[in-house]
Each structure stands twice: as structure tokens, then as C-alpha cells.
Design a protein around this ligand. Structure first.
Ligand code: FA5
Length: 338
């Protein structure tokens, strides 16, 4: 029995086989156990020596199993280490990463530019009251200029803000009549416009508001010129055209010289040499008054930039819908490396 067991143990290929041998030779139903049972019919002398022999055989088998177990375990560990060996010289697999949306990039660039001029970034709600979106912006109910901004109403007094200008009122009221104020507010805006190549029912604006003593139209022009040159290039010029917004007086529309033809006139600027980029003006004294500021003491300027418009000009995009189609082939073109 001993020899047969030792031979088989040495040939065991793996731990499972070895365990089966342990059960077979040392288990209750094994040959040694059977032989021990036969001992009770033996003469005492014979029983003693038989007992010694079989105990010795049992110990030897157990020891052989233990030794073999260690060997097999070590072999298995070595095989595993080999299998899981990592080749550190292999180049890493490239993981696909996302990138910032071009509108987000334009927004962040504008934020950085104005933060550098001492502005802070304000925020306001996208679901707004009629009071803030219109009344405090000098657009009382029934005012014809309300038609300039077709509105998504939630109920009679609640709406999706049609511009970022109501943030002016929030900031002014919070300041409780004390300047200076110097904020920008980028954010989403909503209008019931029919979607086409240059209009979307949801778009983004960036409001700017400066209120202090002795603020002039010259400050407004200088600020917007700085913005235009930084955003589109040093060679670009701006011009102010008289316009109308109920919340500014005087109001202007600001054009930038066409980057495509350098101002000579081409298809992109419809032959005029200029492209409109934003609305602006001196804060209407009535708005200051409604928002708790004394217009004899304080003046201000404000502007509202369409972010899609800026992104389209900057990146040469001719269809605003491209921004909202989530087409990675389009979006990946703007991924900033590093
Ligand atoms: C306003 O919304 C004013 N609140 C801007 C302003 C602020 C003037 C402060 C004076 C002082 P307007 O309706 O022109 O103005 O919109 C401003 C810009 O938003 C436009 O020049 C345009 O770039 C963008 N815009 C307006 N409607 C849409 C639209 N449907 N889709 C995409 N962009 C739009």
C-alpha cells in the first residue's frame, strides 16, 4: 500500500488529484483503515508489529502528500506569476476622452478675459419671473418692445428667460443702491424663435454690467474693443450703431469688421464689411431707479453678447444647429489638445 501510494503521490499532476489520493489512501474507507480493522483478530505480538508498520506507512504517506502539496503550490504560483507578467514596455492603450463643447470654450474664454479686468461672474435663474425678465428691464406689460423677444411662458408670471439681462436686476437689488458693480453673467436663454441657420429656440448669452460713479460711453466702447480684439484678433475694429433697447439709453448695436474680407465687403458680411455681434448701451436711469440706485449718483453700461454668434464667427461655422446635434465628428474638431 505504502509503495503504491508514494508512487501515485509523486505522479500527481495538480492539487485536485493530490487531494483525491489523500482521501483514497488516508480516508476512512482507505486500505490502511481497512488493514487496521483486521488487527483485532491478530495475536497480540503480531498486532503490535503490524500496528507499528501501518502507522509508519500512514505517516510516510501523509508526509509525502504534504511535501507534494508544497511543490504543487509553488509550481502553480510560478505559473501564475508567469501568466500575469506585465510588460511595462508596452505602449499604453489610448482611452477615448471627451472635450469641451465650443460654446463652453467661448464662455470660458470670455469669463477669463473679463475676470482679468476685475469683473466677477454672476448667476441668475433660467426660469424667471415676468417681473425680472421684463418689468425691471423697463418693459412693462403691453410694451411693444416685448415683441422683440418671443417668450416661452410657464404661467402668467413665470417664463423661460429670454435674455440674461434680468440678472442685472438681481445684482443691482442685491447691492442695495451701493456701487461699484462689475459683473458678467453667461448663461442659457430661450425664445420662441423658429430654428434656422442663425436662430435657435435655446441659445446662450453673456451679460455684462458696470455701475459706478462717472461711467461713460467711452468706457463701454473701450471695453468692447478690448473684448473684440482679444477674441477675434488685434486687427479687428468695432463700430457702434444707434439702436433701441428699453433697458439702455442710448442703445447701440456693435459690429465687428469682417475677418473674411478685412472690411472690403464679401458674402459673409453681405457686402457691408461689418458683422453684428452684440447689443449694448448705457443703463437706462429708470432701470437703475427701479433697482434701488440713484441715477444722479450712479451711471452704468451694459452689454449682451450672443455666444453662438461669437463661436460661429470665431470658428467659421455657418449653421447654429451644428452646436446642438451632438455629432462627434463636428465637436472633435474643436478639442483642445493637452
Ligand atoms: C438682447 O437680448 C439684449 N438683452 C442685449 C443687451 C444687453 C442690450 C444689455 C443692451 C444691454 P438681442 O435680442 O439683440 O438683445 O440679443 C442679443 C444677442 O443674442 C443677438 O445679437 C444674438 O447674437 C443672440 N440671439 C438672439 N436671439 C437668438 C436666437 N434665437 N438664436 C441664437 N442667438 C440669438
Amino acid at each position: 500500500i505504502r509503495e503504491e501510494a508514494l508512487e501515485k503521490i509523486n505522479e500527481a499532476a495538480d492539487l485536485k488529484e493530490l487531494n483525491a489520493l489523500r482521501v483514497a489512501f488516508l480516508g476512512k474507507k482507505g486500505p490502511l483503515q481497512k488493514a487496521m480493522k483486521a488487527m483485532k483478530d491478530m495475536a497480540p505480538e503480531e498486532r503490535k508489529s503490524f500496528g507499528q508498520v501501518s502507522n509508519k506507512a500512514k505517516q510516510e504517506i501523509a508526509k509525502a502528500i504534504e511535501t507534494m502539496k508544497e511543490n504543487l503550490e509553488e509550481a502553480e504560483m510560478n505559473a501564475r506569476i508567469k501568466r500575469e507578467d506585465i510588460d511595462v514596455t508596452l505602449p499604453a492603450r489610448k482611452l477615448p476622452t471627451g472635450s469641451l463643447h465650443p460654446i463652453t470654450m467661448v464662455k470660458e474664454d470670455i469669463e477669463e478675459l473679463f475676470l482679468g479686468m476685475g469683473y466677477t461672474v454672476a448667476e441668475g435663474p433660467e426660469v424667471e419671473t415676468d417681473h425680472y425678465n421684463f418689468e425691471l428691464m423697463n418693459l412693462p406689460k403691453g410694451h411693444p418692445a416685448r415683441d422683440m423677444q418671443d417668450t416661452f411662458y410657464i404661467d402668467e408670471n413665470t417664463l423661460m428667460r429670454t435674455h440674461t439681462s434680468p440678472v442685472q436686476a438681481h445684482v443691482l437689488l442685491e447691492a442695495k443702491g451701493k456701487g461699484p458693480i462689475k459683473i458678467i453673467c453667461p448663461g442659457k436663454t430661450y425664445r420662441r424663435d423658429d430654428d434656422d441657420a442663425t436662430h435657435s429656440h435655446q441659445f446662450a448669452q453673456c451679460e455684462g454690467l458696470v455701475v459706478d460713479k462717472n461711467v461713460t460711453m467711452g468706457d463701454l466702447k473701450g471695453t468692447l474693443e478690448f473684448f473684440a480684439k482679444r477674441t477675434f484678433g488685434e486687427k479687428r475694429e468695432i463700430r457702434l450703431r444707434p439702436s433701441y433697447f428699453p433697458f439702455t439709453e442710448p442703445s447701440v448695436e456693435v459690429d465687428i469688421s469682417c475677418g473674411n474680407c478685412g472690411g472690403k465687403g464679401c458674402a459673409m458680411c453681405k457686402g457691408t464689411g461689418w458683422i453684428e455681434i452684440l447689443g449694448a448701451g448705457m443703463v437706462n436711469p429708470h432701470v437703475l431707479e427701479m433697482c434701488g440706485f440713484d441715477p444722479k449718483e450712479y451711471q452704468g453700461f451694459a452689454f449682451g453678447i450672443g455666444l453662438e454668434r461669437v463661436a460661429m464667427l470665431k470658428y467659421g461655422i455657418d449653421n447654429i444647429r451644428d452646436f446642438y446635434n451632438d455629432d462627434l465628428r463636428f465637436l472633435n474638431q474643436f478639442a483642445r489638445k493637452g
